[in-house]
Design a protein. Structure first.
Length: 356
């Protein structure tokens, strides 16, 4: 790792840790996610160059997956039988969110159709940005709108769950920390399988690998216990900081329209998703906190970590978010139709080389 990148990483980790400490002292819910996300976002907007190396991000995703899988018990597997209707409602919700948000972007903010649909996508950030690179659209608007969505939901969901006491109580069984040799073994196997999943281009490949390996070892009682706090807390901080790094180099004045449109659309889709989550919770008798996080159009890794931190059902949450990503991979090309053009084109047809 070059020294300049190492320095940026060290500064990012320091800012994120400071934000986590302040958030914990104030008493924020999920302080190790909210604090770093806010602190790094503000530092990036203020002009600091901050970043998290890809290898560190990948490691965090694997650990989050292992943490999710460690909560799976035979009782939870029995409860999966109640979920098919919930899975269907996730796909209905994703479709409704995409088309309503894209309509708002076109009708009130006057973006072209392609930019509107890409900016309005309720998730799958890396996939959406990859599509944007090969289409005639305003790539900066797409990136900013997507970043606003992830940051706002990271902050708002735990606040709402805590403020309205939406916890399901006994939905997740608390476990002790697993033995270090077992943890290292699961990390190693998860990494190998994650590399295979990446080659196969599966969505959320590393998180999915960690989850599957952890579930298989815990359901069979080969392993017991969860990820120890000395590892999971720094992972949460780095994950929150990674969200904030998306705002580095952004001038608020230059991109105010994109920021406002991203904020408006995020509020609209969040309200719609919350309404659907409430309906599913009532009909299927699923704890409202788990349903709210599962239907929230936030980042998969972030929502998975949030489910663990807030003691919601991470298996239910993770399964729904993986389905959301898979469904979006199919839905987005259909929604965009034949708008594809050459790489790096803006809405006006001028080549756009700006990095997001």
């Amino acid at each position: 790792m070059p020294f300049s990148q190492l320095r940026e990483f060290a500064l990012t980790a320091l800012v994120g840790a400071g934000g986590a400490l302040i958030a914990a002292m104030i008493g924020f819910p999920a302080p190790y996610l909210i604090g770093p996300a806010l602190a790094v976002s503000l530092a990036g907007i203020a002009g600091l160059t901050l970043s998290i190396p890809k290898i560190v991000r990948n490691g965090c995703f694997i650990v989050i997956g292992i943490s999710m899988g460690a909560t799976v018990t035979p009782d939870i597997l029995v409860a999966i039988k109640r979920w098919p209707l919930s899975f269907v409602m996730v796909m209905v919700t994703v479709t409704a969110l995409l088309y309503v948000a894209a309509w708002v972007m076109q009708r009130f903010f006057h973006y072209d159709r392609t930019t509107a649909f890409l900016a309005a996508s309720p998730g799958h950030l890396s996939y959406v940005l990859s599509l944007a690179a090969d289409m005639r659209c305003d790539q900066r608007t797409v990136g900013i709108s997507q970043s606003v969505r992830v940051l706002l939901l990271t902050i708002s969901v735990p606040l709402i769950v805590t403020a309205f006491d939406l916890g399901g109580g006994d939905s997740v069984t608390q476990v002790i920390a697993m033995d270090l040799p077992m943890l290292l073994g699961i990390l190693a196997v998860s990494t190998v399988i994650g590399m295979l999943f990446l080659r196969w281009k599966l969505p959320a490949a590393l998180l999915l690998a960690g989850t599957l390996v952890s579930i298989s070892t815990h359901v069979t009682s080969f392993a017991t216990g969860g990820v120890p706090s000395w590892l999971i807390v720094p992972v949460y901080i780095l994950l929150g900081a990674n969200i904030g790094t998306r705002f580095c180099g952004i001038s608020l004045l230059e991109v105010r329209t994109a920021l406002v449109s991203g904020l408006v659309v995020t509020v609209i889709v969040s309200v719609m998703a919350a309404a659907m989550a409430g309906t599913v919770s009532y009909v299927l008798d699923i704890p409202l906190d788990a349903a709210l996080i599962a239907f929230s159009p936030g980042g998969l890794e972030t929502m998975a970590a949030m489910a663990v931190m807030l003691h919601a059902d991470p298996t239910y949450v993770g399964a729904h978010h993986v389905l959301r990503l898979i469904f979006l991979s199919i839905l987005m090309p259909f929604a965009l139709g034949r708008d594809e053009t050459g790489p790096g084109k803006s809405a006006t047809g001028v080549e756009d080389r700006r990095d997001l």
